[in-house]
Design a protein around this ligand. Structure first.
Ligand SMILES: [Zn+2]
Length: 80
């Protein structure tokens, strides 16, 4: 639900990233300690990674999905 909330916020502000730009990489370590790279749509990477500077609200950076999970005392999500 946190994930969808962040998409909604970015859509409402007109700042969702279009799908036609190049996919981005999410790098994470799996439960066996293996570093893996996952290619995802740019909007998904923006929601997952957070920290994207808003163009309409100066000084505001979008939170990540894990920022919201931390606030709710949930374990971090490591991959998309
Ligand atoms: Zn998504």
């Amino acid at each position: 639900m946190n994930h969808e909330f962040l998409h909604s916020l970015r859509q409402l502000n007109g700042e969702a990233r279009p799908g036609e730009i190049e996919n981005q990489s999410i790098v994470y370590t799996d439960d066996k300690g293996i570093v893996r790279v996952e290619k995802v749509d740019p909007e998904e990477a923006a929601v997952f990674n957070g920290g994207v500077q808003s163009k309409i609200y100066p000084g505001y950076r979008y939170p990540s999905e894990n920022t919201l999970r931390l606030e709710q005392s949930l374990k971090p999500k490591v991959n998309y």
